[in-house]
Design a protein around this ligand. Structure first.
Ligand SMILES: *[C@@H]1O[C@H](CO)[C@@H](O)[C@H](O)[C@H]1NC(C)=O
Length: 285
C-alpha cells in the first residue's frame, strides 16, 4: 500500500518547496516546546512518548506553519485511569485577538469509562463551537488516526476516516471562516482536572502517574509557510480536489452514525448557551 521510499524521494524532489509527501520522523517537522525531559523519541524518532507526572506535562509544535492541507497523526492515549488528563492535538495561527484554531482534545476518564473527544473551531478569534463525542473504541489499546482536513470548502475533523465535526465555509452568508492565516500544528499533554472529566468532579489519581501517550505516523501535507505564496490558492493541491470538497456518501453515512450514536454535546443544540443557535448551525453539515 505504501509507496517505496525511493519513489517518495523522487516525488519529493520534483515537488521541492511545494508539497511533499514522505515518511516523517518527529524531528523533521516538529520541535519540543514544553519540557524536553517529558518527550522521548522512540523507534528511531518515528514515534514519541509523551509523559505527564506531578512535575510537568509536555508539548511540541511544528517548525513551520501551514495554509490549508491535511494534518494527521496516529495517537495511542493514556490507558487505564486517565481521569483529569487532557491530550490535545490542534492547529493555531497564534495571532492575538483574531486567531484561527482547529482543536482536538482528548479528555481522560476513570478506568472503564469512555474517553471523550472534544473538537472546536475558532475563526477570527471566536470559538465556542465545541462538540463532544464519546469514543466507540478504546483509544489506549491501539493507535488510531486523528486528522484535520482544511481546504477552501470546509474543515473536517476525522477519526480513522470517520468525520466527527464538519465546519463549512459559509462566508457568502457572512459566517467567518479560517482562510488567510497559516497555522502551526501543536500537541500537549497536561493536567486539567478542574474541568476535564465529568466537568471537574473526577480528579487525577497521581498514584497512577507517570501517564504516557504515544504518537507516530506524523503526516503534514499542506502549503508550508514560509514557502511559495501561490501554493495556497493552487487548485491542483490534492486537498482542494472535488473529492475533498464535501463528504462522500460513505463519509456522510459515518458522520450521521457518529452523531446519532456517540455525540454527547453539540454547541448548536445547547439552548442555555445559545437561545438562538449561531448562524452556521442552520447551514447544514
Ligand atoms: C466519563 O464517563 C462518564 C460516565 O460514563 C461520562 O458521562 C463522561 O461523558 C465521560 N467523559 C468525561 C470526559 O467525563
Amino acid at each position: 500500500m505504501e509507496l517505496s521510499f525511493s519513489l517518495l524521494l523522487i516525488l519529493c524532489i520534483s515537488f521541492v518547496g511545494q508539497v511533499c509527501a514522505r515518511p516523517a520522523t518527529f524531528l523533521q517537522d516538529f520541535r519540543v516546546t514544553w519540557s524536553d525531559s517529558h518527550i522521548r523519541q522512540i523507534q528511531g524518532g518515528s514515534a514519541i512518548q509523551l509523559v505527564l507526572d506531578q512535575s510537568s506535562g509536555c508539548g511540541f509544535a511544528s517548525k513551520n506553519q501551514y495554509l490549508f492541507g491535511r494534518v494527521s497523526m496516529k495517537i495511542k492515549l493514556i490507558p487505564g485511569d486517565s481521569a483529569g488528563t487532557v491530550t490535545a492535538f490542534y492547529m493555531n495561527s497564534d495571532i492575538d485577538n483574531v486567531w484561527d484554531e482547529l482543536d482536538f482534545e482528548f479528555l481522560g476518564n476513570r478506568s472503564g469509562q469512555p474517553y471523550t473527544v472534544q473538537t472546536n473551531l475558532y475563526a477570527h478569534g471566536k470559538g465556542d463551537r465545541e462538540q463532544r463525542v464519546n469514543l466507540w473504541f478504546d483509544p489506549s489499546a491501539a493507535f488510531h488516526t486523528y486528522s484535520i482536513l482544511w481546504n477552501h470548502h470546509h474543515v473536517v475533523f476525522s477519526i480513522d476516516d470517520v468525520p466527527i465535526q464538519v465546519y463549512q465555509n459559509n462566508e457568502v452568508r457572512g459566517i467567518p471562516y479560517p482562510k488567510s492565516q497559516p497555522m502551526g500544528v501543536y500537541s500537549t499533554l497536561w493536567e486539567a482536572d478542574d474541568w476535564a472529566t465529568r466537568g471537574g468532579l473526577e480528579k487525577i489519581d497521581w498514584s497512577k502517574a507517570p501517564f504516557y501517550a504515544y504518537y507516530t505516523a506524523f503526516d503534514i501535507e499542506g502549503c508550508s509557510v514560509p514557502g511559495p505564496a501561490a501554493c495556497a490558492s493552487n487548485p491542483s493541491n490534492w486537498w482542494e480536489a472535488p473529492a475533498y470538497q464535501e463528504l462522500d456518501a460513505l463519509q456522510a453515512r459515518r458522520y450521521k452514525w457518529v452523531r446519532m450514536n456517540h455525540l454527547i454535546y453539540d454547541y448548536c443544540s445547547d439552548k442555555s448557551r445559545y437561545p438562538v443557535p449561531p448562524p452556521e448551525c442552520y447551514a447544514g453539515i
